[in-house]
Write a protein of this length. Structure first.
Length: 281
């Protein structure tokens, strides 16, 4: 029996062992970040004949490119804010959380932000950022201010790059107009389109819920596949309601006495004729 065969253990032992292993893994990750941060700060990869910390991690430590990049970034942030080491070791923060929060951490707000992100999922942290850091407009390269951090704000700041060929509009102070981005659909590749739009919170929650419902058929949760599935269902239901579309049409029934009533077989013929006309055009 090998060390990794656990079939002989009882349910309680498996559950307890899993919890213990996860806890040890968190401590190991925190220790790795500490060593990476120190190794990086001393540039010890140079005596080892590597041009960068990333190259050393990939070719000497044999980490995957994604794992190396994620750990190097997290280690550099943790070196600036040492409390991160403890948070990761205790399983309160993940590497993804640290990397997402990196652009917003300042000495004066780090404690508050890190506390707010404890045990949050990626989507919850993204929502937290979007609520706590509303976009600043009108100042090129502006960064989020830590002095004005009211409860319940989170968003990624985006630098404004002005086109020098366009005139500057001198709006009175406090009356800067904000335009909502228009939904856009652009050709990304042959038969592939990039869709950019803004969703309300309710619509975003529905999309997340639909992703979870379709995990058995779309394990990756790919948004494009989820949207395509939702569109198929919506089109089928709308055609059924509007054109009486069905896979098993019934013979025409006795006309109704209502002059505004359109028999289902007539709706189907009109729909079919419209599709054929559209194909010819």
């Amino acid at each position: 029996m090998t060390y990794y065969s656990l079939s002989h253990l009882g349910n309680h032992a498996v559950a307890h062992g899993l919890t213990a292993v996860v806890a040890r893994d968190c401590v190991t990750v925190a220790e790795m970040l500490a060593y990476l941060a120190e190794f990086d700060s001393r540039k010890l990869y140079l005596p080892a004949a590597y041009p960068s910390m990333f190259a050393y991690c990939v070719h000497e430590l044999h980490l995957s490119e994604d794992a190396a990049l994620k750990r190097i970034r997290a280690a550099r942030v943790a070196r600036r804010f040492p409390a991160i080491f403890t948070e990761i070791a205790e399983g309160r923060l993940t590497l993804n959380a640290v990397i997402l929060l990196k652009p917003y951490l300042r000495p004066e707000n780090a404690k508050e932000i890190l506390s707010a992100a404890v045990h949050r999922t990626r989507s919850e942290i993204e929502r937290l950022i979007a609520e706590r850091f509303p976009a600043r407009t009108g100042r090129p390269g502006s960064k989020p201010s830590s002095s004005n951090w009211p409860r319940g704000q989170l968003r990624t700041p985006r630098p404004m790059i002005r086109d020098p060929s366009r005139p500057v509009l001198n709006w009175p102070r406090g009356q800067l107009k904000r335009r909502q981005p228009r939904p856009r659909s652009s050709l990304f590749a042959p038969q592939r389109f990039a869709l950019q739009t803004t969703l309300r919170q309710e619509a975003h929650d529905k999309l997340r819920y639909l992703q979870s419902l379709l995990r058995h058929t779309i394990p990756s949760g790919d948004i494009a596949e989820v949207l395509e599935r939702a569109l198929d269902i919506a089109i089928t239901q709308t055609e059924k309601r509007k054109f009486a579309a069905t896979s098993r049409p019934r013979p025409g029934r006795t006309p109704s006495g209502d002059p505004r009533h359109i028999p289902a077989d007539v709706k189907r013929r009109v729909c079919s004729d419209g599709i054929k006309a559209g194909a010819r055009s």
